[in-house]
Structure formats: C-alpha cells, structure tokens
Design a protein around this ligand. Structure first.
Ligand code: 5GP
Length: 140
C-alpha cells in the first residue's frame, strides 16, 4: 500500500468486501464495520486524500451533493429521526483511516448512536446486508 493508499482505496477498488450503499464517479459509500448504530455509513471520495483540507473542489462538491441524499435514505430505512455527521482529520482528532470520510450516524430513540465516550459493537453482517440493500435501492 503506497502513502496515498488506504484500506478505503482497497474497498473502493473492490479488493476488500464491504456493504456498499452508494457509488458514483467520485463518491463511494458503505456501512462502517464497527457501527455506533445500525446504518452507520461512511461516505468517501474516490480521490485518495488524507484530510478534508487537501480535498479537491470537484470531490468536495460531489460529496456535498450526496451527503443529504444518503442521510435521507438512511433515516428512512432505519426509522431514525436524528443523526450525526462527523468527519475526523488527523490522529489526535480521532482519525484512524487516512482517507477522507464522513460518518453518517443515526441516533436511535433507544440511545444507540454517537455517545460520549464513543461506543460501538461489531457489525451484524446479515442485518447489514439487508440495510445496505435497502439504502442502495433508495439511492438508485
Ligand atoms: P475514523 O476514526 O478514521 O474517523 O473512522 C474510521 C472508520 O472506519 C471507523 O469507524 C472504522 O470502524 C471504519 N473501518 C475501518 N476499517 C474498515 C473496513 O475495513 N471496513 C469498513 N466497512 N469500515 C472500516
């Protein structure tokens, strides 16, 4: 993996499996492997850039265009009415994968979602595939 390659580049290239929910020429979105709540999605530019401040206008525009749409689909499918969008840049700012990404995290009525201290549990792949399929269908 080169300096500008990350695990997300491998997911985008299809070298590592994921539960994909959306793809266009510039953007790729898939379910987080350690979700804070069901439907926790990562929205990623295909451009391999470490932090948001380095991202091209073209990719930024493409991300801005789809974030609300993907959020709407996630809310519809999960039944959540509230959600967080977080975006971390740098290891001290909680970034662990060095490829720009936005987290869309549904806040469920039972409290699941973003909490402090942050708490996640491993993905349920069977439930995840159903969620990803439903979100993808809404976005097609
Ligand atoms: P960060 O801490 O960088 O903002 O978030 C990185 C996110 O990527 C984490 O929530 C982590 O669970 C997720 N993640 C890391 N590796 C993988 C992977 O291989 N597949 C998926 N679907 N998510 C991943």
């Amino acid at each position: 993996m080169g300096d500008d390659q990350s695990i997300f580049s491998m997911i985008i290239e299809g070298e590592i499996p994921c539960h994909k929910v959306y793809e266009d020429d510039l953007v790729f979105a898939f379910l987080d492997i350690n979700p804070f709540s069901p439907g926790h999605t990562l929205v990623v530019p295909k451009e391999s850039t470490r932090t948001l401040d380095k991202l091209s206008d073209e990719s930024a525009e493409a991300l801005g265009r789809v974030l609300p749409r993907i959020s709407r689909a996630i809310l519809r499918v999960t039944g959540a009415e509230e959600f967080n969008v977080i975006q971390n840049n740098g290891p001290n700012a909680f970034q662990s994968v060095f490829h720009v990404h936005f987290h869309i995290i549904p806040k469920m009525k039972d409290g699941r979602g973003l909490t402090f201290p942050f708490k996640s549990s491993p993905i349920d792949h069977e439930e995840a595939e159903k969620l990803a399929t439903s979100i993808r269908e809404l976005l097609d």
